[in-house]
Write a protein that binds this ligand. Sequence first.
Ligand SMILES: Cc1cc2nc3c(=O)[nH]c(=O)nc-3n(C[C@H](O)[C@H](O)[C@H](O)COP(=O)(O)OP(=O)(O)OC[C@H]3O[C@@H](n4cnc5c(N)ncnc54)[C@H](O)[C@@H]3O)c2cc1C
Ligand code: FES
Ligand code: FES
Length: 1282
Amino acid sequence: MPCPSTSDELVFFVNGRKVIARNVDPEVTLLSFLRKNLRLTGTKYACGRGGCGACTVMVSRHDPASREIRHFSITACLVPVCSLHGAAVTTVEGVGSINTRLHPVQERIAKSHGTQCGFCTPGMVMSMYTLLRNHPEPSEEQLMEALQGNLCRCTGYRPILASGRTFSKESYGCQQKGTGLCCLDQGENDSSSPSRKSDICTELFAKEEFLPLDPTQDLIFPPELSRMAENSDERTLTFHGERVTWISPGTLKDLLELKAKHPEAPLILGNTSLGPAMKSQGHFHPILLSPARISELSLVSKTSDGLTIGAGCSLAQVKDILAERVSQLPEENAQTYRALLKHLKSLAGQQIRNMASLGGHIISRHCYSDLNPILAVGNTTLNLISKEGKRQIPLNQHFLAGLASADLKPEEILESVHIPHSQKWEFVSAFRQAQCQQNALPDVSAGMRVRFKEGTNTIEELSIVYGGVGAATISAHKSCQQLVGRCWNELLLDEACRLVLDEVSLPGSAPGGRVEFKRTLIISFLFKFYLGVLQELKKLVKLFSVPDSHRYPEISEQFLSALEDFPVTIPRGVQTYQSVDSHQPLRDPVGRPIMHVSGLKHATGEAMFCDDLPMVDKELFMALVTSTRAHAKIISIDLSEALEVPGVVDVITAKDIPGTNGAEDDKLLAVDEVLCVGQIICAVVAETDVQAKRATEKVKITYEDLEPIIFTIEDAIKHNSFLCPEKKLEQGNIEEAFERVDQIVEGEVHVGGQEHFYMETQRALVIPKTEDRELDIYVSTQDPAHVQKTVSSTLGIPINRITCHVKRVGGGFGGKVGRPAVFGAIAAVGTFKTGHPIRLVLDREDDMLITGGRHPLFGKYKVGFMNSGRIKALDIECYLNGGCTLDDSEQVTEFLILKLENAYKIRNLRFRGRACMTNLPSNTAFRGFGFPQGTLVTESCITAVAAKCGLPPEKIREKNMYKTVDKTIYKQAFNPETLIRCWNECLDKSSFHSRRKQVEEFNKKNYWKKKGIAIIPMKFSVGFAATSYHQAAALVHIYTDGSVLVTHGGNELGQGIHTKMLQVASRELQIPMSYMHICETSTATVPNTIATAASIGSDVNGRAVQNACQILLKRLEPIIKKSPEGTWEDWIEAAFEQRISLSATGYFRGYKAFMDWEKGEGDPFPYYVYGAACSEVEIDCLTGAHKKIRTDIVMDACCSLNPAIDIGQGLGESGMFLGSSVFFAIADAVAAVRRERDTAEDFTARSPATPEQVRMACVDRFTEMIPRDDPKTFKPWCIPIA
Ligand SMILES: Cc1cc2nc3c(=O)[nH]c(=O)nc-3n(C[C@H](O)[C@H](O)[C@H](O)COP(=O)(O)OP(=O)(O)OC[C@H]3O[C@@H](n4cnc5c(N)ncnc54)[C@H](O)[C@@H]3O)c2cc1C
Ligand code: FES
Ligand code: FES
């Protein structure tokens, strides 16, 4: 087949408009095309890997066979634009707009408070919109499924799901009382007295005000595309790009000819496997063959012995096909299909399943594949086709291992897949365990099948295949052969475990790590299979009155819970908050649950984030080159090859910095030494982002490794490698106290790090002005003044030439306090050198590599206590892994030490903390700033004391909690009244004590599933420990039409600060919020701002706004007095006439805060916030999976400015530490397991409580059976750094 040298026209529709793209580059994704070519920036880039859903759009296609239009969601970041020929794309802009008509999906997600930073919102809207196009009244299951592939870092999902649920006809709540309500709403758990009920609200939005869903208003499928599909053109389409050619044949014959001509060329379907490999593993394919138009690859045929599914069917289609078949077939014939269906529900998210093809899945042969193990045990046949003809090969262990003799020939393609029916006396099961239940690759997956000799429990055929435990999907073929002929009983199970562990051996150094966990899962799954089959066998035996049925082992009632998987359920919840005083005027919005002022714009994609700003004239792109060595001397940097890459303009190195290159020990660009992998060395500037990124790979750096290389806290201690001096607080006489106690326990706690995972990666746009070396910087930051200052010192120009603008930030969580200044400054150097505007957008991989995160912690404690549980002495020593530079590590250590006591008054205390210097990217500010890690140590001590005293942990907590006005360890006066109230209210609302009993009852009855419950108090100090950090300013202008522009020093990070500021201004000026506007935070309007952090932004900026408004109102007072009946507009007009200034600066001098570390005393915090949370969980002891059953949070928000926003903040991050109640509930469940099995109840606590941690702590015969390697004999793939 000749391949034409000119490109065809690519025709598709976007939001009802026809797009004809000529010379389109096959390497361009739909996301890039939408954002750059069409300037539709509502669709966001957040991960670029199909993993987060921020780029979700709807694709519609006409199916000529069924003559139906199919609508499906996809992730635009993985879809090559060339694949869209003949498709209609709908983006968030096409769904609705605040300027024309909102779609109910958009209205409801905003009004249900389902948006915070709003970066995920367009993706959420598109997933829900697509669902409604297909199912206008979706079930809750369909809703969960539709949103499975969408991540939100801010909201905790509940309000998003609540908005989706308003479309569902299904009832709301558990209906426990037969009222249609949930038991949580009112009733037995609500002990508030009737008199208090009047000022308690539960509604955060008014459902009845929502726009109805009217499908007639939706965009219709373009008739032109229907005609195109009906009169299918069999011509081969070719699109030539700079490096890659895309060929889309119209017939199978042409495809086979092309495949014969280009045997190396891959078939591109969903691109969910090829795409990520091309992006990050350097795979390159000059020719891509797209079989999307070949209808033969989508055929499905049902035969009497099985099902043949076209290789081109998407996984979502396969799921529907299987579901239909399962409903038609007798249970015995549908076992393999059921097993596949089970995994298809949790494999990736809906968008990926809509894109990924069955053929692509099988041929990719990912070691973690969920489906291949089941297909293999199910005796699947692959129907291959080439120019030479057809043939079949089995999908067996040889194919999965990639053996040439069992594989496709280069010119062959997979046409379809035949999956046979299962038979009577045959059982098929599927297992998987991932880090979380949905949208996560499995750690281990498995397919298992057994066939018995009819009417017996004698094995005739056995097949066991695992994914995730090697470089390929692995079959335990030999073990299975050996077990044929054996009876299905405990003896067999034991032997099967031993054989399989031997055959599917996993070396200690296996890629991916978690080796012992995986080994345990291998046999835990086998046990589950054994039990499941046994149960089914017993049913059959009963049914057929099989002789000798007494030989079939009994399954203890206690064991049955091993068989149940945790169902995916929609989270539901009820919030109550104090309503405003009934005398508060209606026009006063303070204290009311007002929607986020950007909520609707988030939902329509009209809210602009940094990278949504239109391209400016002569703009260039920057990409960063980072160190690949952990500790090394830079010998040379060779830029020559990089500079030759087409489009490259320059490479910026440290030599180009005109001013200061960061700090001596924390350089912006490395000079002659690197201290970690990911340290920035230089930056490429090019005409496009793709060119810049490509050129970074051509920068050749030679290194000489240096010693020592330190990664772990343990090594840092060994090498005495610390970033700052030890911080210490002490009270009482700890040594003496230890001598007088009944018992002493010592223990360790390890808290892992955490990635900030703000959805919007770090980004900056620097625009030079024409005069006086002025620069405008648009940046996603929590601290624009810091960016401004850093750019000034880097360029060596005064601060007054640099204006930093922040419209809104797509999530910060502390990660955008310090780092954005680095990116802003490097981009500014690029601008300075080239004279061009520069855009720098980190891709997710770079962001995660470079920016660091939460400090991992290693804590040691020694606690002395009386048998009653009263703690008399507590000595805690903490080490933080600070990474390679100081950053905020000293302050994090200080906060950690200051906050370690949490809610407890212990007379004799010693707290010590140090930040270790290691060769890792520098860790930085992170929500809670050391508090969550440290307090986890304190609460772990309490749990350990409880175990020793034989008392429940909540008793120890109560016994040791502050009871009366007292002094903290740093001698600040403290009144625990509110803390105690939160605790008691939480105990009461959660019905803690009765549920504790129920948990115990459950645990007695279930051996393989356990429940746990925990309640945790929290005293969280807000603010910075320095007075100068509490000042804030605002600037309020009133214009002659009466409209008001409010600016203040806080940044909108999704926490709703702008909404709250407008509420404050509205109250103070006594005019509606609709008169007001906040356009951005800018260093030109409010200078010298403090970072929006430390949970005090709304407080201090609110005071500044209040001050400015009060000044203005005072000036207006005489006019208002003179004409009290006048309107606001009249008064403003009069004020202008009378030359009264209508602009005022507001200022708040802030709270006093200080800490004297020498004396160990001070007044470091302005005030505290309090809360308590109770969580109940259930764990699967065989897999380590856990399910949250219920969480109750009581949080004191004082006088909340906006309860909807504050509840949203509380749920998004559970009040800093309250999420730990889930951790301790899991620990409680694990303790129950260990008690029952007579293993030591106290064990080293490791956070996060991953399935691995949980499984390995639940010691049993399987954990004892696995081989353990001598750590000295192998190099592990990963090491814990805390
Ligand atoms: C975010 C994300 C999450 C995921 N989660 C999971 C998960 O939880 N579990 C899991 O098992 N998998 C998961 N996957 C992997 C996913 O299942 C596979 O990537 C997908 O099934 C591949 O199908 P595709 O159509 O996209 O293949 P493509 O990327 O288009 O192609 C992959 C390969 O298959 C070849 N190929 C495709 N069709 C044929 C054919 N008919 N004949 C011959 N060769 C062919 C191509 O030549 C190419 O080499 C995930 C992927 C992503 C991106
Ligand atoms: S899924 Fe596309 S950006 Fe994350
Ligand atoms: S609102 Fe979902 S990521 Fe911020």
